[in-house]
Design a protein around this ligand. Structure first.
Ligand code: V55
Ligand code: FE
Length: 500
């Protein structure tokens, strides 16, 4: 392929951009509250080269790391490719060498055994370091100042897992990072590594266990007492990969599972709870424990939200016809059986956002993205093909919902939460909003929103510089790092540029 194919994965909001750029002192409409000082990092998949085969999916796009930095009310923007092994090899070759999504059997022979990850899913900040992650490989460390890639992160050679999740969880009290990697032992391995890094980023524990089958464990959850691993029936198969097929196929008739173990305990103490067949979730909002009860809030759907994973499993379902809801699962650890309670606490949606201090604790409110029931279908684009156009604030304890419903010409990306110093103030959300301004023309703006009053809309907006006649490719996840934390970035970061 010498050009990008004109499919939904490469047109409209998904049109490849491929430009590394930076601009200072962007126009600010309104006033950014003084307390908002720091950087909003964004993970943006953007393929640098046309795919090796006829088509490809958004999840294969080379990771770009973007930064909206807010200093004294001024805003700077920058975006760069993550210098993964794969990106560098293809950059040198000036073409795609790696084939289909997570199938190394479709790669050029010259890159067999080379790192395939595109590090395009979540920016993670821990212990003064910034990482770009994707669940199919190790994280890459990024210099938070320059966005330069410093190298693969394996905890100074101590991590045995071949993979690292895009959704680690950080305990707000201890500063420890709890994480996992599935397919830890290689392609289609049922081994899952469960790890803990201390507040200084040292690996203090890594244990491996087997999941019931090789599923895509995209996210997990943490409470003060437990680590929780949800297993949904989207499975990998080595023979299918060897035949050049899809990594993932959703199995609508296969049971789901939830594994729960003491978070500082042994994997041998994992208890497995059996869930409904065919369901799927990518993101968990939060979890907390209360005596013997463990509550887990899940962005649940009744089948896999990604068409390419459904179709590989023979599931035919229109994207706009997927059921589900924000669902609370409650596990009674005092009972010996493998059942649990389920109730819906909010409308369907995904891309949840939580205050850092609420991680693993009872919490009052969370935010997530959904579809505006008014105004018509949403823009095409993003990883599942239909962009979100509503931002919800949910109080799961009492079911209260506030909505910022957007015009169908607008798409909203996952927000990050910025805390306030005032106890009586819920802080702010930052989110990139894309607007269609012509048949294939888009314009993006950063919106600053009162977290406690999303329905009021933005209190300040930062239009991306014009003229910029291209979309900004849809973001996957983001991370907020305060100015104070940025100052505590590891000093040695800049001296380690030589490392790989
Ligand atoms: C997801 C995203 C990915 C991926 C697998 O949001 C799952 C879910 C951006 O990459 O590879
Ligand atoms: Fe995710």
């Amino acid at each position: 392929m010498s050009r990008f194919p004109p499919t939904i994965h490469f047109t409209g909001l998904n049109t490849p951009v491929g430009i590394e750029w930076a601009a200072r002192n962007l126009e600010v409409v309104g006033t950014i509250p003084k307390e908002i000082e720091g950087a909003f990092f964004r993970a943006v998949p953007d393929p640098a080269h046309p795919p090796k085969y006829d088509d490809d999916i958004v999840l294969s796009g080379d990771g770009m790391i973007a930064k909206c930095e807010i200093v004294g009310g001024a805003v700077d923007y920058a975006i760069r490719y993550v210098g993964t092994e794969r990106y560098k090899l293809e950059k040198d070759a000036r073409r795609a060498l790696f084939g289909r999504y997570r199938n190394p059997y479709t790669d050029d022979p010259e890159v067999i055994g080379k790192g395939r990850t595109v590090a395009n899913t979540t920016p993670v900040w821990h212990a003064g370091r910034l990482f770009m992650t994707k669940e199919d490989g190790l994280a890459y460390e990024i210099d938070p100042k320059t966005l330069e890639t410093l190298g693969r992160w394996d905890f100074y050679g101590s991590l045995k897992s071949q993979t690292f999740t895009a959704h680690p969880r950080i305990d707000p009290d201890t500063g420890e990072m709890f994480f996992f990697g599935y397919e830890a032992g290689g392609l289609c391995s049922t081994k899952v590594a469960y790890g803990i890094a201390d507040k200084d980023g040292r690996l203090i524990s890594e244990q491996w266990f087997d999941q019931p089958y090789c599923s895509t464990i995209h996210d997990f959850a943490l409470t003060k007492e437990y680590a929780i691993f949800p297993i949904f029936p989207t499975t990998a198969d080595l023979d299918r990969l060897k035949a050049g097929g899809a990594h993932w196929a959703h199995q609508q008739d296969l049971d789901s599972w939830v594994g729960i173990m003491p978070r500082y305990g042994k994997v041998e103490d994992m208890r497995w709870f059996r869930g409904r067949a065919g369901i799927s979730a990518f993101h968990l909002v939060n979890a907390f424990d209360n005596g013997d009860l463990v509550h887990l809030d899940v962005c649940l759907s009744d089948t896999n939200a990604f068409a390419f994973m459904r179709e590989a499993g023979g599931v035919q379902r229109d994207q706009r016809n997927i059921g589900g809801g924000l669902t609370r699962w409650t596990f009674d650890m005092s009972k010996a059986d493998d059942t649990f309670e389920e109730r819906v606490v909010g409308p369907p949606g995904d891309m949840p956002c939580l205050r850092d201090v609420d991680q693993g604790r009872p919490y009052r409110a969370a935010w997530y993205l959904s579809m505006n029931p008014q105004g018509g279908p949403s823009l095409a684009g993003g990883p599942v093909g239909a962009a979100f156009n509503a931002l919800l604030r949910l109080e799961p304890g009492n079911g209260r919902i506030d909505m910022l419903g957007l015009d169908p010409s607008l798409a909203v990306n996952e927000p990050v939460h910025v805390p306030s110093h005032r106890d009586d103030h819920e802080g702010w959300l930052l989110t990139m909003v894309d607007r269609q301004i012509g048949e294939s023309a888009f314009h993006s703006e950063l919106w600053i929103i009162e977290a406690g009053d999303v329905a009021a809309g933005p209190i300040a907006r930062v239009p991306m510089p014009m003229p910029m006649p291209m979309p900004m490719r849809a973001q996957v996840h983001g991370a907020w790092v305060s100015a104070q934390d940025l100052k505590r970035a590891r000093a040695e970061v800049t001296t380690r540029l030589a490392r790989n």
